[in-house]
Write a protein that binds this ligand. Structure first.
Ligand code: ADP
Length: 748
């Protein structure tokens, strides 16, 4: 890649990282977790991207020990369309043989034969411990293999070191050193869905966060057993709730919950207690595998992708002295921590609990667990009035600006924490307008008022401070936006434009993504303002080879900002097969610089062109790419063009469905089943590799319509936001609408 043209971070990444001649093995081990596929995909693609060979090791350590067809080289396509798939496509298993040196000897033999000296293990603390043992024994294992005549002496020398990097894939979120493990967020989504049911046994380490998110009445955790006499306190609390007409109590019991004497507390035991002491109808729902079900959440996909990339970088940067590391999440950043220290801490938690050192256990679980526990306690359990300090302080709470989800939860926290600290809490209604008019009420610290804080209607917000007022707080971004706006909207008179004699071509590559057209528009206008001649290449690298290239002017890109898809036309084809033709077109049009806007194919295409520089001097020009993909899965960028729109569209679909559901009370017409079609389509969106608006989309829609109308009859309402998804592909959207109308009322 041309030094001047490439952006600094990309240049640095490529300079420092060469995977050429290296082989990486990737495996998933132990229990499966949502998002493992995203991690596998990221390792494979990042590995290939930096020129390494990447091997799938199927069925965890068992595949490594068995070898043969269990270890297979992966290519780019082998990980297409797996982001949204639950579990792990390369299989995960528990393997007794790997716990023995004999088993590990076999595994080492299989790896050496393929030249694999880099291992990426995605699993829980057991799997990572195994990997670390394997790494420390590696040299000895190779010596033994050479003595047995399985490998030659040269191989012992050549493959002397095994680099190991771990990623924690586990729905337990029980690993010390990382804020979130891959799979936790998806499991949490499942739990929160099911917690609408009554009582639940949750996966141990998710119980606390679920309790926080659901506002549970009581939570039993192994690290923080309830105080002696908890049976009575719990029953008192539940009956108080009933007295206030609260019909539903939620109690969350974590797997492994115990009392201070280390005796197990089970959901059955609690049910018995509630039924005998209070006589309430009580149901137990055991979540079990439900937590592993479904597709991975957006967070897990993003987390796993980011971690996978970091893992490959860690492997390539490893030296013989680097200890095995685990890629963790700390404060929203992927960081590397020493693997064994984290494993040790994780095991220490269990030890502390066994020895009834519960305070230590909570501390060892880390800051975020401790923080969550304290928050939960402060918000759910009120101290008796006489234990609350008196502060003589009046604290007022007000909502200002547009309403936002979570505002009420924030008010609830503030009120409860304030009351617990002895302050008098005041609510100001209707923002600053209400403040001026004196719409202020006290939340008294009586038990009733206190408990009502949770169910209090929202403090209605007004928009006195509308979002414009934030401009003054971010002068740089405002100034930047203003300059960009000016450059893009106002054309200088021709005689004021410098002349550069440079021809710059713009091309879209990969699947269409919202925002691609806005990027082309910016590039074209900025280019023209700088005096270059701007050329548009139509239909991706295919069109490039065929000479579909035309000069594009300032006015040609007018109105492109708000248009979805790719107006230039985009294809996933790579330039590889047509390098001769493309070089000829570069020559014919005298292209002096190339801008590629697209997803992973754009990265790959750019790499192919730069690799062909020795043979074709036409490619020895600045070439730059801008990531644009709804998958948001490209290395080196937090957010790619298109990702935000995709997420917003999904959110819109859900909000619309919710509004319809709420309208049921006042409109009989809505008392029919409602289907949000994009929710089905959208399963593919953050992760899909197939282009939106393709045949797949249409087929899915027809299928869904058929099932839906068969199940509920033609009155069912289907909500679709297809045109948003399909961008400029109106024809297909139109077809979809026709299909939709055939069956049901259509609301746009
Ligand atoms: P997790 O990785 O989810 O904690 P396990 O503890 O069951 O799951 O470990 C998964 C696999 O990792 C085991 O079946 C075994 O093959 C390997 N493993 C676990 N602990 C060790 C160990 N101490 N030594 C060697 N291999 C181990």
């Amino acid at each position: 890649m041309d030094d001047k043209a490439s952006s600094a971070p990309l240049r640095k990444l490529l300079e420092n990282l060469s995977g050429a001649g290296k082989a990486i093995g990737v495996l998933t081990s132990g229990g499966d977790a949502q998002g493992m596929n995203a991690a596998v995909r990221a390792v494979v693609r990042m590995g290939i991207y930096v020129g390494a060979k990447v091997y799938f090791i199927y069925e965890g350590y068992q595949g490594m020990v068995d070898g043969g067809t269990n270890i297979v080289e992966a290519d780019w396509e082998s990980v297409s369309s797996i982001l949204q798939v639950g579990g792990t496509i390369i299989g995960s298993a528990r393997c007794k043989a790997f716990r023995t040196r004999e088993g590990r000897l076999k595994a080492a033999c299989n790896l050496v034969q393929l030249g694999i000296t880099n291992l990426c293990v995605i699993g829980g603390d057991g799997s990572l411990t195994g990997a670390n043992i394997f790494r420390s024994e590696w040299n000895g294992l190779l010596e033994e293999l050479a003595q047995n005549g399985k490998i030659d002496k040269e191989a012992v020398h050549k493959y002397a070191y095994l680099n190991v990097v771990g990623m924690v894939g586990s729905i337990d979120n029980d690993f010390c050193g990382t804020d979130m493990t891959i799979g936790t967020d998806s499991a949490l989504h499942r739990i929160i869905e099911v917690v609408d049911a009554i009582m639940t046994t949750a996966q141990r380490y998710l119980a606390l966060v679920s309790a926080l998110a659901c506002g549970a009445d009581w939570v039993f955790l192994p690290e923080s057993p309830p105080e002696e006499g908890w049976e009575d306190s719990m029953c008192v609390k539940l009956s108080e709730n009933r007295a206030r007409k609260k019909r539903l109590n939620i109690i969350i019991v974590a797997e492994g919950a115990i009392d201070t004497q280390n005796k197990p507390i089970t959901s059955e035991k609690i049910k018995e207690l509630v039924v005998t002491q209070l006589g309430y109808d009580t149901r137990v729902t055991i979540l079990g595998h439900v937590q592993r079900g479904g597709t991975p959440s957006a967070f897990d996909r993003i987390l796993a992708s980011r971690m996978g990339v970091e893992a490959v970088i860690a492997l390539l940067e490893a030296t013989p002295e680097t200890p095995a590391c685990v890629v963790s999440l700390s404060g929203n950043h992927a960081v590397r921590l020493p693997l064994m220290e984290c494993v040790q801490m994780t095991q220490d938690v269990q030890k502390a609990m066994d020895e009834r050192r519960f305070k230590d256990a909570v501390q060892l679980r880390g800051r975020s667990f401790e923080g969550n526990l304290n928050t939960y306690k402060r918000l759910a359990i009120k101290l008796p009035d006489d234990q609350i300090p008196k502060s003589n302080c009046n604290v007022a709470v007000i909502n200002v600006g547009a309403p936002a989800a979570g505002m009420n939860a924030a008010v609830r926290s503030a009120v409860r924490v304030g009351i617990a600290d002895g302050h008098k809490m005041l609510a100001i209604y209707d923002g600053f307008d209400g403040f001026a008019k004196g719409q202020v009420n006290a939340w008294k610290s009586t038990l009733d008022e206190y408990h009502q804080a949770k169910d209090e209607p929202p403090l209605v917000t007004s928009s006195i401070l509308n979002s414009d007022s934030t401009i003054s707080f971010s002068p740089r971004s405002f100034e930047g936006n203003l300059n960009t706006y000016k450059r893009l909207a106002i054309k200088l008179p021709d005689d004021q434009i410098p002349k550069s004699n440079c021809n710059v071509a713009v091309i879209n590559v990969g699947a269409p993504a919202a925002g691609m057209n806005a990027a082309v528009r910016s590039a074209v206008r900025v280019g023209i303002a700088d005096g270059h001649k701007m050329l548009a290449i139509y239909d991706g690298f295919d069109g490039f080879a065929k000479g579909q290239i035309k000069e594009i002017g300032w006015g040609d890109v007018g109105g492109w900002t708000g248009q979805g898809g790719s107006i230039l036309g985009t294809k996933r084809t790579l330039p590889g097969k047509n390098l001769e033709e493309i070089a000829a077109q570069m020559r014919a049009h005298n292209i002096n610089a190339l801008l590629i806007i697209g997803g992973f194919e754009a990265y790959l295409g750019l790499l192919e062109l730069s690799a062909a520089r020795e043979r074709h001097e036409e490619f020895c020009v600045p070439m730059v790419m801008v990531p644009a993909t709804v998958s948001n899965n490209v290395p080196g960028s937090d957010f790619s063009i298109g990702a935000d729109t995709a997420l917003n569209t999904i959110t819109d679909a859900y909000s619309s469905a919710l509004m319809l559901a709420n309208a049921r009370e006042s409109h009989d017409e809505f008392c029919v089943p409602i289907c949000v079609l994009p929710a089905t389509v959208s399963n593919n969106i953050p992760g899909t590799d197939t282009s939106l608006g393709s045949d797949t989309g249409l087929n899915t829609i027809v299928e869904v319509c058929d099932c839906w109308s068969q199940a509920y009859g033609p009155q069912a309402i289907m909500l679709t936001l297809l045109t948003k998804f399909h961008g400029n592909k109106f024809k297909e959207s139109h077809d979809c609408l026709q299909v939709a109308r055939r069956y049901m009322y259509f609301i746009q």
